[in-house]
Design a protein around this ligand. Structure first.
Ligand code: NOJ
Length: 533
């Protein structure tokens, strides 16, 4: 893939996800808030990222911890108020950072005034802002659709004698994007925040937004086995990724573009060919960055990664800019999944691949598995399907800042437990240790920022031994070779034909002997290459 020039900030930059309940509490209620985020902005700036994506901060009954929005144009009192938000955005901009909010268009809270009106009677003007259907022929739900959190996607409403659709919890009724008034109201929501200066949005489950007009049953998934989530019993053929959703995504893009340099990041889980369609076309672009979760979803071995990277790069439209994610508030922690040594290799991969990286809070400390006693588990997904082991609480534990009580996160017991090793694994301790994960991330982020090869350079996979992933990044007269050993044994590697091996610029290890042509167990290295410009 070729080198790019004249790139916008969101192509060069790194996005850092903040989960506001768990970043910093400023008022002693055990729950993070906006004033807390403000207090920690210097940390974010010093980390060396470019933009903050803040998970939802809007008024919410918190059935799904903010992804159930009761007012799209307000701030949840637990988190602060609009005046604090305005202060947050100006403090973010004062540090040269950008702010992306989390827009949740597929569903609102059942406590949103729109839904309260909608369910009040069949002839209420807002009835059609949500998706209401009569019972099926057998008196049960209108079709077989299954909620992402298990159980039917339909909830019976006794008062008005119809079912409403909810792709997630019953407390999260799906909005009807086929209704022009709802569409206009949602455009007003985007304008409200863009007018306040936000630099863009991460758009929650954007591919869910529109459903097949006739609501046919979804086909059975022949690959489903009982250990897998109930949702996956069916293929979500008719309940997601409808052509009309692409039209809406193009409308959102036009709106964002009318404000200048803004970015839309869409949450999308689809195979490459359908995923790539969310970029739209040069004439009718859609989201700038359809989130790419393949590093999270696939096995951690060199052969799989090579394949994923090559297939993804190959699927992008010519104008489409790639992006990569290794952690989020929904996924298991990367260090829990692959161990701390490989988590360093993952950090190097994330920050040297071609495309915008998204880094999730706490992964820069290498937080791994966290023990959460059953009585403290809060995630509704886990509580509905506890036997599956898919709970998200373990990725949502508070940021450990130092070894003071409650890790400096709060003066009270936090809403979720801290990581077990917080007394040693915290920001203060890692800042003081030059070989810590945090310092490693800072170093890689600084390197990336200063390197055209890493930010906008071309990308070429190179041949390597089993369990080694290697590639070249190149821009102008800067050529870098990245060699990642995914195994726990030393491995040899060859300098690509026509080049000479230059300095080691970074290693995942404190001390590297890799210029000898061998990468140590679990080692990742960035070399400068000489010759052949
Ligand atoms: C995706 C969000 O990341 C997740 O946390 C949420 O539960 C669902 N969308 C529903 O909004």
């Amino acid at each position: 893939m070729a080198e790019r020039r004249d790139t916008p900030w969101w192509e060069r930059g790194v996005i850092y996800q903040i989960y506001p309940r768990s970043f910093q509490d400023s008022n002693g209620d055990g729950i993070g808030d906006l004033a807390g985020v403000i207090a920690r902005l210097d940390y974010v700036a010093q980390l060396g990222v470019d933009a903050i994506w803040l998970s939802p901060i809007f008024p919410s009954p918190m059935a799904d911890f903010g992804y159930d929005v009761a007012d799209y144009c307000g701030i949840e009192p637990l988190f602060g108020d609009l005046a604090t938000f305005d202060r947050l955005i100006s403090e973010i901009h004062a540090r040269g950072l950008k702010l992306l909010l989390d827009f949740v268009p597929n569903h609102s809270s059942d406590q949103h005034p729109w839904f309260i009106e909608s369910r009040s009677s069949r002839d209420n003007p807002k009835r059609d802002w949500y998706i209401w259907r009569d019972a099926g022929a057998d008196g049960g739900p209108p079709n077989n659709w299954i909620s992402d959190f298990g159980g039917s996607s339909w909830e019976w409403d006794e008062a008005t004698g119809q079912y409403y659709l909810h792709a997630f919890l019953k407390e999260q009724p799906d909005l009807n994007w086929r209704n022009p008034e709802l569409r206009a109201a949602m455009s007003d929501v985007l304008r409200f925040w863009l007018d306040r200066g936000v630099d863009g949005f991460r758009i929650d489950v954007i591919w869910h937004m529109v459903k097949h007009e006739a609501f046919p049953d979804n086909p059975l998934n022949p690959a489903w086995t009982p250990e897998v989530r109930e949702r996956d019993k069916l293929i979500q053929l008719h309940s997601t990724d409808q052509p009309e959703a692409h039209t809406i995504s193009a409308e959102m893009r036009r709106l964002a573009d009318s404000y200048g340099d803004r970015v839309l990041v869409g949450e999308i889980f689809l195979p490459n060919d359908r995923h790539a369609k969310w970029y739209g076309t040069p004439e009718q672009p859609q989201v700038h960055l359809p989130f790419n979760f393949q590093l999270i979803e696939n096995p951690w071995d060199a052969a799989s990664l090579r394949q994923i990277i090559a297939d993804y790069e190959g699927s992008l439209p010519a104008f489409g800019w790639p992006n990569w994610v290794i952690g989020s508030h929904d996924a298991p922690r990367i260090a829990a999944r692959i161990g701390e040594a490989q988590a360093r290799v993952a950090a190097m991969l994330l920050l040297t691949l071609r495309g915008t990286p998204t880094l999730y809070q706490g992964d820069e400390l290498g937080i791994g598995e966290v023990t959460i006693p059953p009585e403290r588990m809060r995630d509704p997904q886990h509580l509905r399907e506890p036997e599956r082991g898919i709970g998200r609480d373990r990725s949502r534990t508070p940021m450990p800042w130092n070894d003071a009580p409650f890790a400096g996160f709060s003066t009270a017991e936090p809403w979720l437990p801290l990581n077990d090793d917080w007394r040693a694994r915290n920001v203060a301790a890692q800042s003081a240790d030059e070989h810590s994960m945090l310092r490693f991330y800072q170093k890689l982020l600084a390197l990336r920022r200063s390197s055209p090869a890493l930010t906008i350079g071309s990308f070429t996979l190179t041949d390597a031994e089993d369990e080694v992933l290697s590639y070249i990044r190149q821009a102008g007269d800067e050529t870098l070779l990245i060699v990642l050993n995914l195994s726990s044994q030393a491995r040899g590697f060859a300098t690509p034909h026509g080049y000479g091996l230059g300095d080691t610029i970074a290693s995942t290890l404190a001390k590297s002997d890799a210029t000898t042509g061998t990468v140590a167990a679990d080692e990742g290295v960035i070399f400068r290459l000489t010759g052949k410009h």
